[in-house]
Write a protein that binds this ligand. Sequence first.
Ligand SMILES: Cc1cc2nc3c(=O)[nH]c(=O)nc-3n(C[C@H](O)[C@H](O)[C@H](O)COP(=O)(O)OP(=O)(O)OC[C@H]3O[C@@H](n4cnc5c(N)ncnc54)[C@H](O)[C@@H]3O)c2cc1C
Length: 494
Amino acid sequence: MKYMETTLRDIVGSENNVYLRSGNSYRESLRDGRRVWFEGEYLEDITSHPKFSGTVDMICRYFDAHQSGPLADILTEKRENGTVSSAAYMIPRNTEDLRRRGQVINAVVDMTHGTMGRGPDFMPTMLLGMYGSRELYIKSNPELGSNVERYYEWARQNNPIMTLAFVDPQGDRTLPAEEREYLRVVDRTESGIVVSGAKVVATLSPFAEEIIVHTLYRKDLEKDNAISCAIPVNTKGVTIVCREGWLTPGKEIEHPLSSRVDEIDAMIVFDRVFVPYERVFYVGDTEIPKYYSTTALWGHWHVMARITRRYEFIAGAASLIPKVIGTEKIPQVRDSVAETLRCLETCRAFLRAAEENYGIMGGVAHADDNIITTGRMYSVEQYPKMMNILREISGQGLIMRFPDKAFDDESFGTVLKKAINAQNYSGREKTRIFNYVWDLCSDSFASRLEMFEVQNAQSVPKNRQLWFDNYSKEELTALEEKVCRIVDVPTPSF
Ligand SMILES: Cc1cc2nc3c(=O)[nH]c(=O)nc-3n(C[C@H](O)[C@H](O)[C@H](O)COP(=O)(O)OP(=O)(O)OC[C@H]3O[C@@H](n4cnc5c(N)ncnc54)[C@H](O)[C@@H]3O)c2cc1C
């Protein structure tokens, strides 16, 4: 039976001890009648669309890599009860486990060449966060809250691709909440709720099987807008409205990154979508959204670990470029390369420290919140700077790139080869390197990735503000006291 046709309760407690999934089962499951609107048309079958198939293939490879090949041991976990499942769902209990789980993050970043902000193993960490903070949900509503644990186990056994939908449409902020297209409960039945409205920038949603809906706290939040639930993408009334696509299929040489994957962000429109109670985690509680950052603790650790791994590619490119164009001895260039390495090492240090100083919530180890949040802010503040370094040290190399066949042209091919020639590489090879750098830091694919890095876990200014709001008041007082003591004045009491 296809898992999308089963209910949660049917699946939990299955006798099957191996909960791994093949790429083919994923590909097949996408032919499920979903409504995906892309560049002016509804797509019958996203798996065969040239701007989608690369991403589908990548996710298929991720699932297949669990079953065979060099990554299988890293990607799978055998539990004490004998079940084998994806290590994306492992429940960390200490530093060692966090690092073990971190290997999965690294493996996925490497597999996808850092092209996916929302790799297939990201959402399991968001579910882990819900599981770790399940007491919050249970406190809100014991029956609905207990769905969190059930859903986590169901997801572990079924490996759905999930999308995260927590952000509301920008819209006109001067309008009252009831006039905005916020997702809201429009009806209730004995067995569930009916929701309408929209959620936005749900990355990977056209490729997802499940939509995980959360609510961010805001002052005008009304009870009917406070919803957390899981909705199958092919549910009646769900439409995925995609942004334009940036995949460049068939251009593997010219665009080594953007030809592989485009994780496509989309608006999800809900038109009287029925959600059975077993898929609802809370509803009508305007307090629990205040704790979203607690639930997102594990997701934020994933964000930090993933960007740290991505910085390896960025530092690698920065180190390579001067060696290609012969500028590696220029002090300012060396300093720029060193800056990318300092950024990488600083991120690694944040990650290591956060994992060492882990805390426990709901029996699950999480990386230290303060260190991860500080590290995350540092990492995203650095990102535009790192992109600029790549552009700066590349110079014309980023622009003077020509299609492979240009080198064979009878009239200018010979000149081109010599003109483009690099100190260690042929003109063709140099072009390949700069094609990669272009995709990494300059074209629309790169700009979107940069937007993703700086916005995906809330905007930098908002995070800065939250970080300061949440900073330990005791620590602040202690710092102020140090100064006040020197000049013999009282410490402020506000
Ligand atoms: C590429 C990309 C992928 C994303 N993927 C996902 C996803 O998968 N799932 C999902 O749910 N969301 C996703 N997001 C949404 C992301 O979380 C939001 O874009 C982010 O939280 C900012 O919210 P907003 O876009 O509504 O910005 P707005 O609230 O409209 O704010 C716009 C700008 O105004 C300023 N601003 C607004 N409010 C404040 C404040 N309180 N303090 C200081 N400055 C402020 C900031 O500069 C901010 O960038 C994605 C975003 C991008 C760009």
